[in-house]
Design a protein around this ligand. Structure first.
Ligand code: PHE
Ligand code: NA
Length: 467
């Protein structure tokens, strides 16, 4: 039986390493950078409410399904699904879901690396004292001087991608596990610093009000954005969690692990929001500033408090570490598959895939400057076009990849994994993997996987179509 053997890529030392890996994957730029700016763009509370419901009813159950499928399959997501489908006499085409997920993960990595590069640039800036006493305008100007410069962006993007590839090339135990054991305690420090800071700003309650106050009528506007972000932030729908599940030792409670990871991830996102928004309001900035939000607001805060640049440097260092522990999980599904499929060494496979990803990332680098007017998915008075050269409307290369992955590919991938876990995998296999302590939990989980989560994804898609 497939589940008796170990993965050829390696096995984590204990279930704790899986928790480290899954938390490392989940907690990242999605929490600290993306969540606050998305909440700002979609008006706050209504977005946050839909996001929280999606985490609980859709994201967490799918994370559970992915972990089960990975641990049962013991291979890369594509081959795990293929062999599990075979064992259940189902179509091998299910493996396509994992293939699409794997590609989506690489697409995410391509822009993730560029944004993580911004954090690297800010580490240097803080170290040099570039933010001392900076104003709101000054911080905004400094951020655009970074994004306007393709060479500077490309340099940091290359460095980030190189280090990610080096970790992956060393393998599951010597690379991933070792890196996680160093990075995760540091990430914990980030959480504490961020939490302490968000409590210490005088405008704490304004942040809370912005994030938690909502009007039901505002819900439909950002519903797909919020669901897409729930997938993104939990790293589900792409096979990242599945591949980490494949390296998990047997006999570890999957249910409790998943709940721990989902709660931690949510805690970090809400904390980041409560740290950022008070600064936005105090500095008279717009909450809807978009992707630059964190990179403009936090420097103002750090530049104007005692020892702020020391904290600022530490903060951006930890952001970079959080990004690395997520980035490795985006690369791993494809590298594991490449190794299984080609028989090449892990370092060679890693080099090829990382290089491709780097190249696509250059599209994001240029979308902030040289190619800022190259727009995709444009609607104007002459109709709908895939591509147009315009300075209004449509999506830049970066925005297109972000849209395609978070709002379309992740939900579809997650839906497939969930349906596979609920309907294709035999009940006995599911029960055995979950090894629940309380018998009544099983029907509840089965119901989430079979009906609630899939219906949730479909309802959101339909609402989006007709809104
Ligand atoms: N969950 C990560 C974050 O919030 C991003 C991610 C997406 C990681 C998909 C892996 C796969 O930053
Ligand atoms: Na996250």
């Amino acid at each position: 039986m497939a589940n008796e053997q170990q993965s050829i890529h390696g096995v984590w030392a204990s279930r704790w390493v899986f928790i480290l890996a899954a938390t490392g994957s989940a907690v990242g730029l999605g929490n600290i950078w993306k969540f606050p700016y998305m909440a700002g763009v979609y008006g706050g509370g209504a977005f946050v409410a839909v996001y929280l419901v999606c985490i609980a009813l859709i994201g967490a159950p799918i994370m559970l399904a992915e972990t089960v499928l990975g641990r049962r399959g013991r291979q890369s997501p594509v081959n795990s699904l293929r062999s599990l489908a075979q064992a259940s006499n189902a179509s091998p085409r299910w493996a396509w879901a994992a293939m699409i997920g794997m590609i989506a993960a690489l697409m995410i990595l391509s822009f993730y690396s560029v944004v993580a590069g911004w954090a690297l640039d800010y580490i240097l800036g803080m170290g040099r004292g570039a933010f001392a006493g900076i104003s709101g305008q000054g911080a905004a100007a400094r951020f655009s001087s970074l994004t306007d410069d393709p060479w500077r962006l490309a340099g940091w993007h290359s460095l980030f991608m190189l280090i990610t590839a080096l970790i992956i090339a060393r393998g599951v135990v010597a690379g991933l596990e070792k890196a996680l054991r160093i990075m995760m305690p540091m990430l914990f420090v980030l959480l504490v610093v961020l939490f302490g800071y968000s409590l210490s700003t005088g405008h704490f309650m304004e942040g809370v009000r912005f994030l938690f106050h909502f009007d039901l009528a505002e819900v439909p506007a950002g519903i797909l954005a919020a669901m897409g972000h729930a997938f993104f932030t939990l790293s589900v729908g792409v096979g990242s969690i599945m591949v980490f599940g494949a390296y998990m030792p047997r006999h570890a409670s999957i249910g409790r692990t998943v709940i721990t990871v989902a709660l931690l991830d949510t805690l970090v996102a809400l904390t980041a929001g409560m740290a950022l928004f008070p600064v936005v309001f105090a500095a008279g900035l717009e909450p809807s500033a978009g992707p630059g939000l964190m990179f403009v607001t936090l420097p103002i805060a750090f530049g104007n408090i005692a020892l702020g640049e020391v904290f600022g440097l530490l903060f951006f260092l930890l952001v970079a570490i959080a990004a690395w522990s997520s980035a490795i999980s985006m690369l791993e599904p494809a590298v594991a598959y490449g190794v299984e499929r080609s028989g090449w060494s892990r370092p060679s496979v890693t080099a090829v895939i990382a290089a491709l990803c780097w190249l696509v990332g250059m599209g994001t680098v240029l979308s902030f400057n040289v190619l800022a007017d190259a727009r995709f998915m444009v609607t104007d008075d002459t109709g709908w076009h895939w591509f147009a050269w315009t300075d209004s409307g449509g999506r830049t290369f970066f925005e297109s990849i972000d849209y395609l992955t978070s709002r379309i590919l992740l939900p579809l991938g997650g839906l497939s994994f969930c349906l596979f876990g609920g309907w294709v995998l035999s009940r006995d296999a599911l029960r055995e993997e979950l090894s629940l302590k309380h018998p009544w939990l099983f029907p509840m989980i089965l119901c989430l996987l079979r009906y609630v989560a899939p219906a949730g994804v479909i309802v959101v898609f339909v609402t989006e179509l007709f809104k």
